[in-house]
Design a protein around this ligand. Structure first.
Ligand SMILES: [Zn+2]
Length: 331
């Protein structure tokens, strides 16, 4: 990625926020527009918000819309990369088989590419972040849910129709708690921040002797992963137990990924990764017990480097990649 004249518009569409940026091939963000996703307004309202955000991003970078070469769109949910469709999204009510890529392409009159947000974030870390130069790695983000992307041989694994990499929805416990995807016992239903908060509320409701509530203004609906963490830091045994359980399930999922993909690196991002050793030390123990010894001994774990910019940078990198591939192909 060296042509300095190539500019890309990156769009990271999330369930709550839209991040839009004009990005150069070195991964520099010449502008950054952050706005709220009007999810309740359905596809029309959200697409309008994307277009307004794009206009502000161009303005912020002091470039004309004409000066970008392509647009990369990262979107949450099941996205068909090849057809440019967003099938469904748990975070965007009313979206069903929306031809998002073509709509953006038509409105902004530039070639556009669509990719799932987790896969985009993995690509962001690959080109510009913690996984630079590593051709086999897995990006895992652990926050309200668990998402990620898998890079094999230097290419993000999109699968047959772009739906690969939904690591948060691998079944970890067949009789586990229900997941919003409709299945039960998914990794994110057991090891995410939401799962931790839910488990804590359940323990409180069943009369457990814990101080967690005192970190949540005494209100059960204010119990979050953060409040459980605060209680654990003050030595609350129940809070510690709850985190150990999440760490256990997190480790089981990571061990599965290691045995399937034999990655060189696992990049971990998302709010819950700030828990640090309290979460990762016990999780590592489980990974060590369950993953193939040789694969475990050679994998490295690092923190994600790009924070919230991984998705928008990765969407842009994906567009750039696809453009170059198209240009390199004989007609
Ligand atoms: Zn699920």
């Amino acid at each position: 990625m060296s042509d300095k004249n190539l500019l890309i518009l990156g769009i990271d569409l999330g369930g709550t926020k839209i991040l839009t940026s004009v990005i150069n091939p070195e991964g520099e963000m010449l502008s950054r527009d952050h706005s709220v996703t009007p999810a309740a307004e359905g596809p029309d309202g959200v697409i309008q918000a994307i277009l307004s955000s794009a206009a502000r991003a161009f303005q912020g970078a002091s470039v004309a819309m004409d000066s970008v070469s392509a647009i990369g769109v990262g979107a949450p949910g099941l996205a068909d990369t090849e057809a440019g469709l967003l099938y469904t999204s748990p975070n965007l009510p009313g979206w069903k088989d929306v031809p998002l890529r073509d709509i953006i392409q038509e409105k902004l009159k530039k070639k556009a590419f669509l990719i799932n947000d987790g896969n985009a974030a993995a690509l962001g870390e690959y080109y510009f972040g913690a996984a630079k130069g590593v051709s086999h790695f897995i990006y895992v983000t652990i926050s309200t849910g668990i998402g990620g992307g898998i890079v094999v041989d230097g290419k993000v694994l999109n699968g047959f129709k772009g739906m690969a990499g939904e690591i948060g929805h691998m079944t970890i416990a067949d009789e586990g708690p229900p997941c919003h995807c409709g299945n039960r016992g998914c990794w994110e239903a057991l090891a995410s921040g939401t799962a931790l908060a839910k488990a804590a509320r359940k323990r409180i409701e069943t009369g457990a002797d814990t101080t967690i509530l005192s970190f949540a203004e005494g209100k059960i609906d204010k119990v979050t992963a953060q409040t459980v963490q605060s209680a654990a830091e003050k030595g609350d045994p129940i809070a510690n137990q709850l985190i150990l359980k999440v760490a256990y399930y997190f480790g089981v999922g990571v061990a599965n990924l290691i045995n399937i993909f034999n990655p060189e690196l696992i990049v971990i991002g998302g709010g819950l990764s700030n828990m640090g050793e309290r979460l990762f030390k016990p999780a590592h123990k489980v990974v060590e017990e369950r993953a193939f010894n040789r694969a475990y001994r050679t994998v490295r774990f690092v923190k994600a480097a790009l924070g919230r910019n991984s998705g928008v940078l990765g969407a842009a990198a994906f567009a750039l990649d696809e453009m170059k591939r198209a240009l390199g192909e004989p007609e």
